[in-house]
Design a protein around this ligand. Structure first.
Ligand SMILES: Cc1cc2nc3c(=O)[nH]c(=O)nc-3n(C[C@H](O)[C@H](O)[C@H](O)COP(=O)(O)OP(=O)(O)OC[C@H]3O[C@@H](n4cnc5c(N)ncnc54)[C@H](O)[C@@H]3O)c2cc1C
Length: 821
């Protein structure tokens, strides 16, 4: 009989937890079981427990208030800047992934983001034109800057004001269009892309739009939109890079003389470096800490980080020198000032926004971070996919196109599949921004994983290109991209920090359904209000943990057969949705157990939190990939890309979990967690070689799938330049395949005998194996192929000339010419 009751209790536990039933439903279900035992002492104990748990007043007094007291003691105090970082932005699909029960129908119901006709016309017109105007070798080597006419075109066509609304003279573009423009430019010239990207990302424009006074907006926005002002934003100091909230740059509120009148202002001292567009900027967005020792503005003396707009021709502003970030040659440099007096109304938002700079920066960071670097990385990888695929088809070794040699194919297939997943993530993330989200965590995921995938892809592409990728010159379409890759890794939150501190750290607090509520109740509320809020959040939190643990286990033993999928999922992708539902439950359980086991120390256990962040990230990337497949009408041709990239992400998530468990500080708990999450062992395997082969074929084969994969990039049709030649060479190579077959068979059959000094095709035509037209096709293909495999060479004094130029400080002159433009 006892066995029967124990079995009943276990089944009830699993059923109630799996179904996420409320506490009262658990009580009724277990109550029926307990009463059926007819054991009076047992029933009495159960009744007391049920009373304690179900009557909030008693529960609070006996349980949750005590936990609240302990929690308040162990919860570290948060600085104002930490609070502002956590409060910044919004949560979206990340909250679903954190819930352990993602609502797939909700995600798939989100309409696929689309460009308007006007935005598409801008891409087909000015963006295409700008791409044509950019010669990367001229920009990165000969001029080390954009030519003056390119600068002018960028300003005249409104590229610098894409996010500025039309009423201020801007283009008023959606996030998707902004992303599409940056992506296309990135496939042609990194310098042009970054020049356009920065004013449209976090900086004066965005800060003014959200926080500027009407007077500031009316004055500056039209000027920024038309390129009459070149903005930059200066936060980083030599002493404060990643830890930007601790900048030592300062301002002191004081009276001074401004335009002949006594004015309440501030004397600002700063030393900034790495500032993009700084050397050519006319308007400096400046972050510094503002102090008011004489209490001229109020009772506070340390007002906090403040953002001001400073015209760069203000006396005392030192600007104009430049850094050389890995030959990327976009304008980037240091600037400084000592005791520069400026009126208070230069503060963005006016004097009442003094000290609110960190909140403003954090509030605006998410949108820009969701677009700039993810997008430029996707652009880079689209170009890599198209160019590397073409090169691997045109270049032969061992009488075989190198792309068909398995080792090369492996690398090429990876590039193509990453490209699909990356573009899907770009579009979904930009779409979230267009829905009004400021996705703090998702933008960090997009930034980290797009830039890291770009790094992996460019390494693969370099390997495939061999020496052709290494020797720089106008014929090299890949070397500069390889050089510049670390820039995207480092800016807008260096990647190690983004992975280990932001993705999970911020996600666990922001996207978790209960943690922030508990923290707020503990730190920001008092008395009965705090007790009620904490009790409610805590009880829900416990239910959430138990439910996720049970779900993770049930999905584990059933191979996720019952895990949620969208209502109308296709049979090709249904199991992937199931796996992510399983992973979501496992992740949510693991995240809570890690927080329970390590508490505040988890923040310092970056190896664990980084891996938890990886699991969350993989789920987001897979969600975007599956959504793209659905949104685009389940194109079967694209299925290999979906399959490879999803399997790869699932496998990585599994490895991350495995490593978390292997390194979990509480070993007994780690064993229990492993049994729960992987009850039948680790389920996911790396992608199959056959899928990799199919992905590589898409990159090697001209056609709809390749065009779709690289859609939105600039494709040169100019056969006198390297990438135009490459595209033409690919088409010619494919067109010549039947001719090649005829030649091979004729040689094999002894119909023609290759003769040294005379090409085989001419011999074949002379022997009527191919026609004269075919010979011409073949010869054109050969001419293109020879150009494609060519690398550049230079005179002996090539490098020395450069050293002489920079020692004469000629480079310093460049910004002036650009400003004049
Ligand atoms: C080309 C370029 C353009 C830039 N443009 C601008 C601009 O326009 N405006 C501007 O204000 N700034 C700009 N920056 C600055 C950029 O944001 C910083 O370089 C970046 O924040 C990192 O700072 P740092 O280089 O000083 O590295 P550090 O802060 O010294 O970091 C070094 C390493 O330590 C890691 N790290 C630091 N803290 C942690 C942590 N808690 N946990 C784990 N890892 C950690 C970082 O991830 C990094 O890998 C630019 C930088 C470059 C190189």
């Amino acid at each position: 009989m006892i066995t029967y009751y124990i079995a009943g209790a276990i089944s009830l536990f699993f059923a109630c937890a799996y179904l996420r039933l409320p506490l009262w439903a658990w009580t009724i279900a277990f109550g029926v079981l307990v009463v059926s035992t007819q054991n009076v002492p047992f029933i009495a104990v159960f009744a007391v427990l049920a009373l304690i748990l179900n009557v909030p007043l008693i529960r609070r007094a006996l349980i949750s208030n005590r936990i609240l007291a302990v929690y308040r003691r162990i919860l570290p105090d948060m600085s104002q800047t930490e609070k502002e970082a956590i409060d910044a932005g919004t949560v979206w699909w990340d909250a679903d992934l954190f819930s352990g029960k993602p609502d797939w129908d909700k995600l798939l119901a989100v309409k696929e983001p689309k460009l308007t006709a006007e935005e598409q016309a801008f891409l087909d017109g000015p963006v295409e034109e700008l791409c044509r105007m950019c010669d990367d070798w001229e920009i990165t080597h000969e001029r080390q800057d954009l030519p003056a006419h390119v600068w002018q075109f960028i300003k005249d066509k409104g590229f610098l004001g894409m996010i500025i609304p039309k009423k201020y003279g801007g283009l008023g573009f959606s996030a998707l269009a902004h992303s599409a423009v940056v992506m296309k430019l990135s496939t042609r010239s990194a310098a042009a892309a970054i020049t356009v990207m920065v004013p449209n990302s976090l900086g004066p424009g965005e800060l003014l739009l959200h926080y500027g006074t009407e007077a500031q907006k009316d004055h500056y926005l039209p000027r920024l939109a038309k390129g009459h002002e070149i903005p930059c934003f200066a936060l980083t100091n030599p002493e404060a890079g990643s830890d930007a909230a601790s900048i030592p740059d300062y301002g002191v509120v004081c009276k001074g003389t401004w335009q002949g009148k006594e004015t309440l202002g501030m004397r600002v001292t700063w030393d900034k470096r790495y500032i993009t567009l700084g050397p050519v900027a006319t308007l400096l967005g400046l972050a510094f800490r503002l102090y008011d020792p004489e209490k001229l503005l109020g009772s506070q003396t340390d007002l906090g980080i403040t953002c001001a707009l400073v015209p760069t021709n203000t006396p005392g502003v030192n600007i104009g020198r430049r850094h050389l970030p890995l030959n990327a040659v976009f304008q980037n440099g240091p600037n400084s000032g000592k005791d520069v007096f400026m009126p208070l109304d230069w503060i963005i938002g006016g004097p009442e926004y003094a000290g609110k700079g960190w909140m403003m920066l954090m509030g605006c960071l998410a949108a820009g971070r969701a677009i700039s670097l993810p997008t430029s990385s996707v652009g880079g990888v689209k170009a890599l996919t198209r160019f590397t695929g073409a090169y691997a088809r045109v270049r032969s070794q061992f009488r075989t196109p190198i792309g068909k040699l398995e080792g090369v194919e492996e690398a090429l297939g990876r590039i193509a599949a990453h490209c699909y997943m990356m573009d899907a993530t770009r579009v979904m993330t930009a779409g979230a921004v267009d829905l009004g989200e400021k996705p703090a965590v998702l933008s960090a995921i997009a930034k980290y994983h797009m830039t890291e995938r770009a790094r992996a892809c460019v390494n693969d592409a370099m390997d495939i290109h061999g020496g052709k990728g290494i020797c720089l010159g106008p014929s090299n379409w890949i070397g500069r991209g390889y050089q510049m890759t670390p820039i995207a890794i480092t800016v807008e939150g260096a990647n190690i920090l983004t992975r280990t501190l932001i993705i999970f750290g911020q996600g666990a607090i922001r996207a978790h359904p209960y943690v922030l509520r508990e923290m707020r109740a503990a730190k920001e509320m008092q008395g009965a209000e705090a007790a009620r809020e904490f009790d409610d959040a805590l009880m829900s939190h416990i239910g959430h943990v138990v439910s996720n643990g049970v779900r993770a286990f049930v999905y584990g033993v059933t191979h996720a057969s019952f895990a949620p999928v969208p209502r109308n999922s296709s049979k090709e992708t249904r199991h992937y949705f199931r796996h992510i539902s399983r992973l979501s439950a496992a992740f949510a359980f693991l995240a809570d157990m890690s927080m329970l086991a390590m508490g505040g120390a988890l923040k310092r256990k970056e190896k664990i939190s980084g891996r938890l962040g990886d699991v969350l990230s993989m789920m987001y990337l897979v969600s975007a990939t599956l959504k793209r497949y659905e949104d685009q009408g389940r194109l079967r041709e694209d299925l290999p890309l979906v399959r490879w990239s999803v399997r790869d992400a699932l496998y990585h998530a599994q490895q991350a979990i495995d490593q978390i468990l292997s390194n979990f500080p509480v070993k007994a708990l780690a064993t229990l967690l492993r049994w729960t999450v992987f009850p039948l062992g680790t389920p996911w395997r790396p992608p199959l070689d056959s899928r990799n082969h199919e992905c590589a074929r898409i990159a090697l084969e001209p056609g709809a799938a390749r065009d779709r994969l690289t859609a939105g990039m600039f494709i040169s049709r100019n056969e006198s330049e390297a990438t135009g030649q490459l595209e033409a060479a690919l088409l010619a190579t494919v067109a010549c395949q039947p001719i090649e077959k005829k030649l091979r068979e004729a040689v094999k059959a002894g119909v023609i005998v290759p003769r040294s000094g005379i090409d085989t095709a001419t011999v074949a035509r002379d022997n009527n194996v191919i026609t004269t037209d075919e010979l011409q096709l073949w010869q054109r293909k050969e001419a293109l192929r020879k150009n494609v495999i060519k690398v550049d060479d230079f005179p002996q004094d090539f490098g020395r000339a450069e050293i002489v130029r920079s020692s004469q400080d000629e480079l310093r002159e460049k910004p002036v010419s650009a400003r004049a433009a």
